[in-house]
Design a protein around this ligand. Structure first.
Ligand code: AGP
Length: 606
C-alpha cells in the first residue's frame, strides 16, 4: 500500500509532490520518487529508503516543472532498491507512471511484452503498466491508459504522464485515490492528508473511475469512457490536523488527542435527559437475529470488545472474525444477519472483501469507520462514523479507543431498543460513557506518564512479553501485545488470563515481564489468582490496577495505576496505558514509532 500524488498547475510541482509524499509516508517507506515535466521532457528522480533520502537530493538539485507525479513505496514485488522504486518510465522516457496496488496477471503480461520486444528494468509488477500504455499509445494518452487497464487484473491506483501532453491521467480499482480541486490547479493523492495544505475540496474517485486533469480542471469517466459526475466534498479537517502539532511523533500526538477524539465520537449521541442513545444510522434494531463483527488487526480487537458489550447489553448472539479468514470460510450469513465491519481507513482490502462476502449472503451491513469517503463507506448500508480525525501514526491509538466507544454506544442503543437493559442500567452506563473523555484526560496526567515510562524503561531489554486480561478486558491484553510488537519489535503474546495455565504458563520465568489487566471488575479475584500462578513461576508481574487499589499492589513487581472506571467502559481507559507502555519501550530502544518496519497504515493488498 504505497502513497501516490500528482499535481498540475502554476506552482513548481516538486514542492507540492514532496509535501504530499511526506503526509503519505505512513503508507510505505521502502523508497520514494518523483517525475516532473517541464514541457520538453520528464525527469525522474527516485531513491531507496525514506523520503528524506530523495528530498535531500532534490534540495541539492531541484527539478523544474509545473506538472508531476510522485510515489512512496511499500514493497510487494521486488526488493526495496533504486531500480524497483517508482516512478517507472518507458525506455524512451516518454511515458511515466506511479502505481499503488498489485497487478495479479503481471507475469503473463510481462512475458507477452518481452516477446514483443519490450525491455524491463525492474522486478516490479507495476512497470508492466508503463509498457502496456506505450504499446497502446497512438497520440491519445487517455485512450492508451484505458486500453492498457482493460488487460490488467488486480488492484490499482495509477497516475500517468506523457512528455507530449500537458495533462495527467489517473484511474483506480480497489486502491484509493482522491482528487483535490484548487483555484487553477489540480491535485491527486492516495489519501486526504496529502492535499490539505493546498485545498479542502475533494473528489473521492470510485472503483472503476478514470480522470483526466489539466490546467482548466478535470473530467471523470468510467473505464469504458462514459462521462461520470462525482461530488466535490469539503473536508472538515485542516492541514494542522495532519501535522505533528509540536509532538515528537504522530503516534504520541494521537495518544494525546484521545480525549478530544472521544468527545467527537460521543457528541450529539448521548441524551442524559432521556437516558437514550441516538445514533445517526437508519438501522432497525429488530431487523436481525445475529451479528457478525469483521475486521483486521487493532480494529478486530475493538470488535472483540464490541462482541462482549453487545452480547452483555443487547443479548444478541455475536461472532467476531478476522476478515482474511471470514472472506474464505463461506460464512453462514442470511438476511437475519447484521454484518458490522470495523476499520480506521475504510480501505483495508480483506475487510472490504469480507463486507462484499456478507452482502452476497444477504446480510444487512453497518460500518464502524473513521475515514470519510473511504471505499467501505460507499458499499455499506450504513456507517457509524467514529470522528476520531486523521490518524497518521501506523500504530493505531485514538481510532481504537473511539471504535470501542462507538461499540459502547451501539450496545447501549440496541439494549435500550430491545428492552434488554433497564432505564436505570442505561442511565448508569450512559453516564460512565460520557465520563470517558475526562477519564482518558486523567490517564494522560504527567505523573502517570512518568510512572509508565519508568516501567517501560525497566523492561525494555526483555526478549519476550506476556499480556493477560479477563472478560471485557481480554481484548485489551491482545491490543497491548499488538502495540508492543508493532513498534518495539519485541515478541509479545496475549491470552485470556484463565487460558494461561493451559500452556502459555510454560513460557514463564524470571526474564518474562507479564502485564496483567486487573482493573475494577467482577472477575478481579479470578484475575489475581492467575497473577499468583505467574508469581509462583517467578514471572515479573506488571499490574494495571484501578486508582486506590493498594491491596492488590502487593502481588506486583510494578504497578501502573489507571483512573477508576465502570467495568464496561474500562477497556478504553486501560488501552491508553497499553499504548504508552509500548510507546516508551520503543523509544527506549530508539525505534521509529511512526514508521515501524515492514508495516503500513492501511493494507490495500492481500
Ligand atoms: C494497528 O496499529 C495496525 N495499524 C493494524 O493492525 C490495523 O489496525 C489494521 O491494518 C486494520 O486497519 P483498518 O482499521 O484501517 O482497517
Amino acid at each position: 500500500m504505497c502513497g501516490i500524488v500528482g499535481y498540475i498547475g502554476p506552482k513548481q510541482a516538486q514542492e507540492v509532490l514532496i509535501s504530499g509524499l511526506s503526509k503519505l509516508e505512513y503508507r510505505g517507506y521502502d523508497s520514494a520518487g518523483v517525475a516532473i515535466g517541464d514541457g520538453a521532457c520528464i525527469t525522474v528522480k527516485k531513491k531507496a529508503g525514506k523520503l528524506a533520502n530523495l528530498s535531500g537530493e532534490l534540495a541539492a538539485q531541484p527539478l523544474a516543472g509545473t506538472m508531476g507525479i510522485g510515489h512512496t513505496r511499500w514493497a510487494t514485488h521486488g526488493l526495496p532498491n533504486d531500480t524497483n522504486s517508482h516512478p517507472h518510465a518507458t525506455e524512451d522516457g516518454q511515458i511515466v507512471i506511479v502505481h499503488n496496488g498489485i497487478i495479479e496477471n503481471y507475469l503473463s503480461l510481462k512475458e507477452g511484452l518481452m516477446g514483443r520486444g519490450h525491455t524491463f528494468k525492474s522486478e516490479t509488477d507495476s512497470e508492466v503498466l508503463a509498457h502496456l500504455i506505450e504499446e497502446a499509445y497512438q497520440g491519445d494518452l487517455e485512450g492508451a491508459v484505458r486500453t492498457a487497464l482493460s488487460q490488467v487484473r488486480g488492484a490499482y491506483g495509477i497516475v500517468v504522464t506523457h512528455v507530449n501532453h500537458r495533462e495527467i491521467v489517473a484511474a483506480r480499482t480497489v486502491s484509493p485515490l482522491v482528487m483535490g480541486v484548487g483555484e487553477g490547479e489540480m491535485f491527486l493523492a492516495s489519501d486526504v492528508p496529502a492535499l490539505l495544505a493546498y485545498t479542502r475540496k475533494m473528489v473521492f474517485l470510485h472503483d472503476g473511475d478514470m480522470v483526466v486533469l489539466n490546467d482548466d480542471g478535470y473530467r471523470v469517466t468510467d473505464l469504458a469512457g462514459t462521462a461520470l459526475q462525482r461530488p466535490v466534498e469539503t473536508i472538515e479537517w485542516d492541514a494542522e490536523a495532519a501535522e505533528k502539532g509540536g509532538f515528537d511523533t504522530y503516534m504520541l500526538k494521537e495518544v494525546y488527542e484521545q480525549p478530544q477524539a472521544l468527545t467527537n465520537t460521543l457528541i450529539g449521541r448521548l441524551h442524559d435527559e432521556t437516558g437514550e442513545v441516538n445514533l445517526d444510522i437508519n438501522l432497525d434494531p429488530a431487523s436481525f437475529k445475529r451479528i457478525s463483527i469483521i475486521a483486521c488487526g487493532t480494529a478486530f480487537y475493538a470488535g472483540l470488545v464490541g462482541e462482549y458489550l453487545i452480547e452483555q447489553l443487547a443479548r444478541i448472539p455475536v461472532e467476531c472474525d478476522v476478515a482474511s479468514e471470514y472472506r474464505y470460510r463461506d460464512p453462514l450469513v442470511s438476511e437475519n444477519t447484521l454484518a458490522i465491519v470495523v476499520s480506521q481507513s475504510g480501505e483495508t482490502i480483506d475487510t472490504l472483501e469480507a463486507l462484499r462476502e456478507a452482502k452476497k449472503g444477504g446480510a444487512k451491513t453497518l460500518g464502524v469507520i473513521n475515514a470519510k469517503g473511504s471505499s467501505m463507506t460507499r458499499e455499506l448500508d450504513d456507517t457509524l462514523y467514529i470522528h476520531a480525525g486523521p490518524e497518521i501514526g501506523v500504530a493505531s491509538t485514538k481510532a481504537y479507543t473511539s471504535m470501542v466507544s462507538a461499540f459502547l454506544l451501539l450496545a447501549l442503543w440496541l439494549g435500550r431498543a430491545r428492552g434488554t437493559i433497564s432505564g436505570e442500567e442505561g442511565a448508569e452506563l450512559l453516564h460512565a460513557t460520557r465520563e470517558l473523555p475526562r477519564l482518558v484526560e486523567e490517564a494522560l496526567a504527567e505523573a502517570r506518564i512518568e510512572q509508565i515510562k519508568r516501567v517501560a524503561e525497566k523492561y525494555h531489554q526483555a526478549r519476550d512479553y506476556l499480556f493477560l486480561g479477563r472478560g471485557v478486558n481480554s481484548p485489551t491484553a491482545y491490543e497491548g501485545a499488538l502495540k508492543l510488537k508493532e513498534i518495539s519489535y519485541i515478541h509479545a503474546e496475549a491470552y485470556a488470563a484463565g487460558e494461561m495455565k493451559h500452556g502459555p504458563i510454560a513460557l514463564i520465568d524470571s526474564n518474562l515481564p507479564v502485564v496483567v489487566v486487573a482493573t475494577e471488575s467482577r472477575l478481579l479475584e479470578k484475575t489475581i489468582s492467575n497473577v499468583q500462578e505467574v508469581r509462583a513461576r517467578g514471572g515479573k508481574v506488571i499490574l494495571i490496577l484501578s486508582d486506590g487499589d493498594t491491596e492488590n499492589a502487593q502481588h506486583a513487581d510494578d504497578v501502573i495505576y489507571v483512573p477508576r472506571a465502570h467495568e464496561m467502559v474500562s477497556p478504553v481507559v486501560n488501552a491508553v496505558a497499553m499504548q504508552l507502555l509500548a510507546y516508551f519501550t520503543a523509544t527506549a530502544l530508539g525505534k521509529d514509532v511512526d514508521k515501524p518496519r515492514n508495516l503500513a497504515k492501511s493494507v490495500t493488498v492481500e
